[in-house]
Write a protein that binds this ligand. Structure first.
Ligand code: MG
Ligand code: MG
Length: 248
């Protein structure tokens, strides 16, 4: 069942989104060769707690971090720690915060110093695919209009869409109905209504779509070792159009 949110609930979700965005902005400014993913994690946790909010991922099914930090061929759910970032890598940072019981969820992928042309293009295309999906968050559109828009942008650029992990409804839980795949048939799926809130999160691979989990129980990598990027926003469907909640 898709739970629609009242205007008052959307206000709380906007605040959760604002805090999530503030943490990501702080991390963005700190990403550089030589910094560890653990240091970025501490920074994000500080920003979230100083805002009076709670890190959403910490303790979620036992996850140890405030951030998921996923480098290069790592797709999602990388664990922050002692790993030192190196020039030329790309770093996906996924972050969530809770305000008054409501969740915000957002991710960005950053270049570490100077990166390859392929990496730059992957980041630009993945971000563009998210924007194309967000543009479909309009009452009367169908859920898989979002999915198809993301897929079209990614695949027309020669990249592939991860199937095993998808976006999701979000509210008083981090993961609610519906699932929001990053591939699918336009004109199908539930009709979008005002008050629906979706975490839209394309995970796009430079090589093939296949992924596999690592032995740490969390980190997901591309099967062929090619780069992967991830961008995410929490977006409300409103009469006025898409409202991105995870902005500062
Ligand atoms: Mg996320
Ligand atoms: Mg998410």
């Amino acid at each position: 069942m898709i739970i629609t949110k009242s205007p008052a609930e959307l206000e709380f979700m906007r605040e959760a989104g604002r805090v999530t965005a503030a943490a990501l902005v702080a991390v963005a400014a700190a990403v550089r060769p030589g910094v560890t993913t653990g240091e970025l994690d501490e920074l994000a946790e500080r920003v979230i707690r100083e805002a009076g909010a709670v890190p959403a991922f910490k303790g979620y099914h036992g996850f140890p971090g405030t951030l998921c930090t996923s480098i290069d061929e790592q797709v999602v759910h990388g664990i922050p720690g002692e790993r030192v970032l190196r020039e030329g890598e790309i770093l996906s940072v996924d972050c969530g915060a809770i305000v008054e019981g409501y969740y915000g969820d957002s991710a960005m992928t950053f270049p570490v110093g100077k990166v390859s042309g392929q990496a730059r293009r992957l980041l630009a295309v993945t971000r563009a695919s998210l924007e194309a999906g967000i543009a479909r968050c309009v009452p009367g559109m169908r859920l898989h209009d979002i999915s198809a828009a993301i897929q079209a942008v990614a695949e027309s650029a020669g990249f592939s869409v991860v199937r095993e992990y998808v976006g999701h409804g979000i509210g008083r839980s981090m993961h609610e109905d519906p699932q929001v795949p990053n591939y699918g048939q336009a004109g199908t799926g539930p009709t979008l209504k005002p008050g629906m809130v979706l975490a839209i999160e394309p995970m796009i691979n430079a090589g093939a779509a296949d992924v596999r989990p690592l032995d740490d129980g969390w980190t997901v990598v591309t099967a062929d070792g090619a780069l992967s990027a991830h961008f995410e926003h929490t977006v409300a469907v409103t009469e006025a159009g898409p409202l991105i909640l995870t902005l500062e």
